[in-house]
Each structure stands twice: as C-alpha cells, then as structure tokens.
Design a protein around this ligand. Structure first.
Ligand SMILES: [Zn+2]
Length: 143
C-alpha cells in the first residue's frame, strides 16, 4: 500500500507516520460506535497519551442538540477518567479538525498536541493544536 503524508506543520519521521496512521485506524473504529441519529455523521476520535496509550471516543448526539458530545471530547474524558493528563496526538475520523469547544478542552492539557486526520485520498495530515487555536485561553489566564 502506498503511504503518503501531507505534513502541514514540520516534518515527522516514518515511525511517527506509522504511529499516526494506526491512530487514524483507531479513530475509524471508534466512529463505528458513534450515536448520530440526527446528523447521520458518525465521528470517532483516538487520543494518544504521552506514554503511548490510546483512548477512543465516539460522538454522542442527543435530541436536545446542544447536549451532544464530540468524539474528541469523549476520548479526552475517557483519558481523564483514567488519570491521564499528558497527550501527544489526537486523530479524528471522518476528517475534520476539532470544533472550537473541543480545541479549547484539548488545550487545557497542553497546546503542543498533534491533530491527525486522513484526507479523502488517504493522505495523513498533521497540524499542531497551537496552529488551530492561537492565543488560546488556558489555566495561565487564571493565575
Ligand atoms: Zn468538538
């Protein structure tokens, strides 16, 4: 299989690329569990901790639309529930960058997070959260 990569921010190693492709595969698997009867868009996310653990999350919609939970937030909540606080990357499927709320929640635990998606051609894209949420509000603003 031909592997291609489009790295928007900086270069990554082949080892890291393989790791991120596996992370995308986990996000695809998580999407199979999504509860999305209203949008019909099943979304999954896989969050890679700094020590190499993967936490999956699936979108959960609700008849009260505002109460829906994004896949990224679900993955983050799963990790936080296990006491994990440091992360390296998050993959999201289908290919979408996190919404504003999810960006803010992810930034709570570190702005240096790779966001990994796979485009429709199978290319892996990596963008750092810092690029998606510049001048973010965080714990440093409350001190
Ligand atoms: Zn979101």
């Amino acid at each position: 299989m031909f592997l291609a990569v489009l790295v928007i921010q900086g270069a990554i190693s082949l080892e890291r690329l393989a790791e991120y492709r596996a992370l995308v595969d986990c996000a695809k698997k998580a999407a199979e569990s999504a509860y999305a009867p209203y949008s019909k868009t099943a979304q999954g996310a896989a969050l890679l901790s700094a020590d190499g653990k993967i936490f999956k999350g699936a979108k959960m919609e609700c008849a009260s639309y505002g109460a829906a939970v994004c896949a990224e937030t679900a993955a983050l909540t799963a990790a936080i529930s296990e006491g994990v606080r440091r992360f390296q990357a998050i993959a999201i499927h289908p290919s979408e960058y996190p919404c504003g709320t999810s960006r803010q929640m992810l930034a709570e635990f570190g702005i240096n997070l790779d966001v990994v998606i796979e485009d429709s051609s199978g290319h892996i894209e990596v963008v750092n959260l810092r690029e998606l949420l510049p001048s973010h509000f965080g714990p440093h603003n409350l001190s």
